[in-house]
Design a protein around this ligand. Structure first.
Ligand code: FES
Length: 188
């Protein structure tokens, strides 16, 4: 786990799927105790609520990242003065419970014995796959970075990303934002 450095108003916390491939990691490490690093691939999970409780009174939180992380920070800081919680979103609205993202559909995992995952109208395909423990990498959850791109074979896809080229859309999709109709077959 990261070193238990006391948080200060100038402390930075960085969490990543794998710090081995994270950009600027050497620069961040060179900052020493002012940075806490969490490597999800090593089982180090960021507990946003616990981290927020450690902050000295009057702290200001600046946050950006995947939609799920930003939602967790907003929840942990609910009730704070609004000028004490600053964020920058790179896109990708956080689905609010009950929000309809589109029609439900099914995802068949070709390399997992034909297992079928149901994607509800209020969840993304990425979140449905992660719920079923499918091995999908992701980062922005906004259709912008390309980390989650999957190959698909059969099915009709409604592409909502900004990362794929037109000539790629016939066989690739971004499950963090894009949806399908009926059933889609993917190479997972
Ligand atoms: S996670 Fe970035 S495009 Fe899907």
């Amino acid at each position: 786990m990261p070193s238990p450095t006391a948080l200060t108003p100038r402390c930075t916390t960085v969490s990543g799927r794998s710090l081995a491939t994270a950009p600027y990691i050497d620069v961040l490490k060179s900052l020493g105790a002012r940075v806490r690093l969490y490597d999800e691939s090593a089982g180090e999970l960021l507990d946003v609520a616990a981290l927020t409780r450690e902050l000295p009174h009057g702290s200001t939180v600046y946050h950006c990242g995947p939609a799920g992380l930003m939602a967790a920070v907003e929840e942990a800081t609910a009730g704070w003065d609004t000028d004490k919680v600053r964020s920058e979103s790179f896109g990708g609205d956080v689905p609010v419970d009950g929000t309809t993202l589109g029609d439900p559909f099914e995802v068949e995992l070709a390399y997992s014995g034909g297992k079928v995952v149901q994607v509800g109208s209020d969840e993304t395909m990425l979140r449905a796959l992660l719920r079923e423990k499918a091995p999908v990498d992701y980062s922005c959850e906004a259709g912008e970075c390309g980390t989650c791109i999957l190959d698909y074979r059969n099915g009709s896809v409604e592409h909502r990303d900004t990362v794929l080229e037109d000539d790629e859309r016939g066989e690739m999709m971004t499950p963090c934002v894009s949806r399908a109709r009926g059933r889609i077959v993917i190479d997972l």
